[in-house]
Each structure stands twice: as structure tokens, then as C-alpha cells.
Design a protein around this ligand. Structure first.
Ligand code: M6R
Length: 611
């Protein structure tokens, strides 16, 4: 949450920063602001989106080639102009942009107030910039030393970039808990919360680690720790195309990402299935595989959509590898004193690799001695760096705040893991293993086929766009899919939706059903089909309106449903990958028809780097 962009080089900083903020806007869009240095230090900020900031500023305000910019997801203080970043210290010596939360800001604020400091905003960030200034003026020291000393007094998370009016050619960037990437160009440097604003200029990057401080001049970068130990910058080459982070003719990133799934799933299993299709290799797990095969228990952790993928993973791993699995919300796991055994395998699932709750749960599990693996999408993000081993999902950048292709890529990795462990533990025969591999490989074409139903789904969406509640029902693998379908709808269309195990409906939610309640039933022909037929009858008996997702050629549920979306026949092991696609499209069209901002739904941010 919150996007940071900074630039120091030969270009017009304003253009680089504003373009970068637009790319990072998925991280937060409550307000935006820039600080530009051109002789003087000028700050412009505005409530709303980056486009509101642009309208407020008018044409490029300066030719200056150094500056910082921020797009905010509010934590401390409501979204307004005062709380927008950048924040300037009381005497004007420092300007800061910040992503994260300063937890001891109350204590620091009291101490600064005693020394005469006054504050204009409700933010924790304004406390930090004033603390830096106070230390700077009191100690008569350099800006860099003041920043580092101030950071030793801070409890919490930060990714910051600071400009000192007295040293206007230098940016000071620091990170603890909130990601920062430095792009290394030819005589120029870029700083950003992730690589998306940088990639059009350079693919040479340095990922800052916690407690790193970078001192960035136009053609010189030095890196040290907060405690002033010199560090050698490690430049990495990123494999990311500009095309991947643009809409490419689609109206929204979400739609583009839904349509990308045949490719993103292929990219996720590509190179992991042997050329003869007889085996699976997960290179990232190579070293831990013997322990994984012998695992007595696997704990899957994640948040939101990643938690839903974990639930699918639980069904897959228990069925195919016969290893007991528990699924935990990372946010609960970290605070409930969980029992973690030394031979447990904890697998953290995260698109961004930066989710604060998931990172904290990882640290807890590692302290307890468990092996911790990651299933992440963003290369170089914090989770892959803090886990013992893991598997990247290769879904490509996901910009739409509502997760779509990341979910199917996570489920793809979990499916490959379940098959691999099932074979290694001799639970499944080689013949069955090969059959399952071919089922996996057939998924992209089947998704292409489902995408052809887009128009049918759009027509159904038009009928239900004004509904105020939705119920999603599924059993087995389709229960997590029901949860995911409901989450998609509520987060982008603001319609209340609940996902439920179909059989549980009669224990409560059935009371909600009347002729105004659309019930989405995920009912492809699997082992629980007959049971779901009964559940659909129960809904119809209460005059509920049924929208069903069924296997092509289905007649029974089709005859009972008001609206039907067909998906191709597939093995149960991959059916959740297919069944979720119509639900993504349904949420997309309904949100669009209700005039909602599909890619940037209210109150949300793509990457939740605070508790
Ligand atoms: O980056 P992560 O996968 O760790 O993010 C977890 C959730 O914040 C995320 O899945 C969220 O629920 C999405 N908005 C769902 O569409």
C-alpha cells in the first residue's frame, strides 16, 4: 500500500514521477503528491488520484531533474490534502514520502511537541520527517546521518525517500518492512515501491533489504545500513517487459489479466513438466524435497485470495499426497500462539510477496524451527527472500487490485506440488501421475473455451447488476471457488456476497433465500454432483434464482437453473482452475455495469504492507 517513486538523473523528474505514480496507483489512490527540486523545493499534493494531481498542477511545473512522488492508501488520517504525501518538516529542511506505519508515532509526537514542534496532518509520516529535522538541527550533522539516527528511534515499517533542502542534489532512501527497489540507469537512478515504474527505463535493479539506507546522487549511489556499515550494492537484471504492465487494448487490467490466464498458467507449469510429460520438477524445492516428502504436517498460510488458493491446496495435498494440511489466515496465525513443530512445513502463499501479515507469520514459523516455503508471484519481493525455498508463480505482473491470474497460478503450483508429492510418496501410480499431468496441460485450452462465454456472462450480469446480495455455493474443491467468487464480487462491485459450502446452506443461509436472492451454484460433474443437485432443489423450493456453473452437456442441474454457464469437462484435480473463470467475469461485468472502478476499487490496495 502506498506507492513511492523518486528520480535523480538527467530527465525531467516530474514526467518520470507522474508516469511512475500512474503505474503504481494500484497500491493506493486516496491522494497523490510530488516534491520537485529546481533551485527551490516545491511540493504539490492533492486528494484523489494521480490524474487529480495532474489537473491541479496543470502543465509541468519545473524542468528539475530530481524529485519524489507518492500515491497514498490511507492508514493514519483520512484521505485529504493535509494528510497527502509528501510531508514537509516544520522548518522546511526536509521533505519525505513514506510507505508503512510508524508504530511509536504517538510517543515520538509527544516528545517533539515538548520541543515546540507543531503538526499540520494526522499522519505518522509527519512525525518522522520532523524527528529527522529535529535531530539534524540539534546535532548540526549531515542529512544522511540525521535520517539514519532518526530511523534508529522508529518502531514500525517504512519505505521512505527523503530530500533535504540544504543538500538538494541527493535523495536518501531507506527500507524496513516496506519494499523499495532502485533502478540503475546510465547516470540516473530511480526509486520505487516495485519495479513497474522503472522497467521502461532500465532493467538493472537493486532490491533494498531491511535496514538498508541508499544515498543517491545523480551519478553515484552508496549503500549502507542504518548503523553506518558500508554495503556492496547487488545489481540484478529483471526479466520484465513493459508490455506486461500495460493494458494492451483491454479496457481494464482486470479484464486483461482474466484473459491472460491460459498464458499465465502455461508459464507457471512451463519448464516444470518434463519434455516427455512423465514428470514434474520444481527446481525451487529441490533442496527441501526430501523433507517435504516426509512431512508429517503442512500448514498453508495466506490472506484474501491467496488464502482461498491455500484452501484448494489443502484439498489437493490431502487427496493426492495424503499429508495432513492446515490452512490458516496469516493474520490469525501470527497472533494466536500456534503449535509449530520443527518438522512442519509452512507454505506461505502471496501474489505480492509483501503482505505484512504473511511476512510476520513466516518469521514466527521460522523462529519456531519450521521449514518455510513461499509461493509468490513478484520476483525479488520480501517473502521469497525470507523463506527457505519456494516456487514462483510466473503469472506476470498483476495490476488489477482484484486478484485473478495470480489465484489460478497459485492453484497451478499447488496442483503440481500435490501431484509431485503424491508420486514421490507412492500414493499415485506413474500411470495416474502422467494422466494428471496431461489434465494440467489441457487447462489453458479449456480456459480459452470458457472465455468464449464472455458474452453470455455479460448478459447474465445485466440481469443481476442491481441485486444487493449474492450467495455462492460449492462443495469440495468448489467451496474455495465459491469463496473466491464472492470475494471478487464484493471487492469490485460492492455487492454483499457470501461463499458457503453448499451443504451448510441448510444450517443458516437458507433463511436468506427468496426470489430476490441470486444463488451462484458451482456444480460441475464431480464426486459430489448428486449432493449439489439436492442443494439446488432446496434453493429452488424457496424461490431462489439459480445461476449455475455446470459441465458441458449437463442436463439435471441445467434443467433446474435460471441461468447456466458451461465449462469443459475436466478431472477434479484441475476443475477449480476452470470454475473460477466465469465467476471472475461475472464480477467484472457487474462491477462495470454499476459504474464501479474495476481496477481500483474503493478502500482497497493491491499490496497490504501494513497490519
Ligand atoms: O499479495 P497477496 O497475495 O499476499 O495479497 C493477499 C490479499 O491482500 C489479496 O489476495 C486480496 O484479497 C485481493 N484484493 C483479492 O482480490
Amino acid at each position: 500500500m502506498c506507492g513511492i517513486v523518486a528520480y535523480n538523473g538527467g530527465r525531467r523528474a516530474y514526467e518520470v514521477i507522474v508516469n511512475g505514480l500512474k503505474r503504481l496507483e494500484y497500491r493506493g489512490y486516496d491522494s497523490a503528491g510530488v516534491c520537485l527540486v529546481d533551485g527551490d523545493v516545491k511540493v504539490y499534493k492533492q486528494k484523489g488520484k494521480v490524474s487529480d494531481l495532474e489537473s491541479f498542477i496543470g502543465s509541468s511545473p519545473t524542468d528539475g531533474s530530481i524529485g519524489i512522488g507518492h500515491t497514498r492508501w490511507a492508514t493514519h488520517g483520512e484521505p485529504n490534502n493535509e494528510n497527502a504525501h509528501p510531508h514537509t518538516s516544520m522548518n522546511g529542511h526536509f521533505v519525505i514520502i513514506h510507505n508503512g506505519i510508524i508504530e511509536n508515532y504517538g510517543h515520538l509526537k509527544t516528545r517533539l511537541e515538548r520541543r515546540g514542534y507543531k503538526f499540520n496532518s494526522e499522519t505518522d509520516t509527519e512525525i518522522l520527517v520532523n524527528l529527522i529535522e529535529y535531530i539534524y538541527l540539534k546535532g548540526n550533522i549531515s542529512a544522511e546521518i540525521a535520517v539514519r539516527l532518526a530511523l534508529t528511534k522508529v518502531v514500525g515499517a517504512y519505505g521512505i525517500v527523503v530530500i533535504c533542502r540544504d543538500e538538494p542534489g541527493t535523495l536518501i532512501a531507506a527500507r524496513k518492512g516496506s519494499p523499495l527497489v532502485i533502478g540503475v540507469g546510465d547516470g540516473e537512478y530511480f526509486v520505487a515501491s516495485d519495479a513497474t515504474p522503472i522497467i521502461e527505463y532500465t532493467n538493472s535493479v537493486i532490491f533494498l533489504n531491511d535496514n538498508d539506507v541508499a544515498i543517491i546522487k545523480k551519478d553515484e549511489l552508496s549503500l549502507k545500513t542504518v548503523m553506518n556499515e558500508a554495503l556492496e550494492p547487488r545489481i540484478q537484471t529483471l526479466d520484465l517487459d513493459l508490455e506486461e504492465i500495460e493494458k494492451n487494448g483491454f479496457d481494464h487490467f482486470m479484464l486483461k489479466e482474466i484473459y491472460e490466464q491460459p498464458r499465465s498458467i502455461t508459464d507457471t507449469f512451463r519448464g516444470r513438466i518434463s519434455a516427455d510429460h512423465k514428470n514434474i520438477h520444481l527446481g525451487g524445492l529441490y533442496q527441501v524435497l526430501p523433507r517435504l516428502v516426509k512431512a508429517k504436517r503442512i500448514v498453508l498460510i495466506g490472506c484474501g485470495t491467496s488464502w482461498h488458493a491455500a484452501l484448494v491446496g489443502e484439498y489437493l495435498l490431502e487427496e493426492f499426497a495424503r499429508i495432513p494440511v492446515e490452512v490458516e489466515y496469516a493474520s490469525e496465525f501470527r497472533y494466536r500462539n500456534p503449535i509449530i513443530n520443527k518438522d512442519d512445513i509452512v507454505i506461505a502463499i502471496s501474489q505480492s510477496g509483501e503482505t505484512a501479515d504473511t511476512l510476520a507469520a513466516i518469521r514466527l514459523a521460522r523462529e519456531a524451527g519450521a521449514i518455510v516455503l513461499g509461493i509468490c508471484n513478484v520476483v525479488g519481493s520480501s517473502i521469497p527472500r525470507e523463506t527457505d525455498a519456494g516456487v514462483y508463480t510466473h503469472a506476470g505482473p498483476e495490476i488489477g487490485v482484484a486478484s485473478t491470474k495470480a489465484f489460478t497460478a497459485q492453484v497451478t503450483v499447488l496442483t503440481l506440488m500435490a501431484m509431485l508429492l503424491g508420486r514421490k510418496r507412492d500414493i499415485i501410480s506413474q500411470a495416474r501421475y502422467e494422466k494428471l499431468i496431461s489434465e494440467m496441460m489441457a487447462v489453458p485450452n479449456k480456459i480459452e473455451k470458457i472465455l468464449e462465454s464472455n458474452e453470455i456472462i455479460r448478459e447474465i450480469s445485466a440481469i443481476f447488476k442491481d441485486s444487493t446480495n449474492f450467495l455462492y455455493l460449492g462443495r469440495g474443491y468448489f467451496f474455495p471457488v465459491a469463496l473466491e467468487g464472492a470475494l471478487k464480487l464484493k471487492e469490485i462491485s460492492y455487492i454483499h456476497a457470501e461463499g458457503y459450502p453448499a451443504a451448510e446452506m441448510k444450517h443458516g443461509p437458507i433463511a436468506l433465500i427468496d426470489e430476490k436472492m441470486p444463488v451462484v451454484v458451482i456444480a460441475p460433474q464431480d464426486s459430489s454432483y448428486e449432493k449439489v443437485v439436492s442443494n439446488v432443489q432446496e434453493v429452488k423450493a424457496r424461490k431462489g434464482v439459480v445461476i449455475s456453473i455446470v459441465t458441458e452437456g449437463d442436463t439435471i442441474i441445467k434443467s433446474m437453473s435460471d441461468h447456466v454457464i458451461e465449462i469443459p469437462k475436466a478431472s477434479e484435480i484441475v476443475e477449480s482452475l476452470l470454475a473460477v473463470i466465469p465467476l471472475q467475469l461475472l464480477a467484472y461485468h457487474i462491477a462495470l455495469m454499476r459504474g464501479c472502478d474495476v481496477d481500483q476499487p474503493r478502500n482497497l490496495a493491491k499490496s497490504v504492507t501494513v497490519e
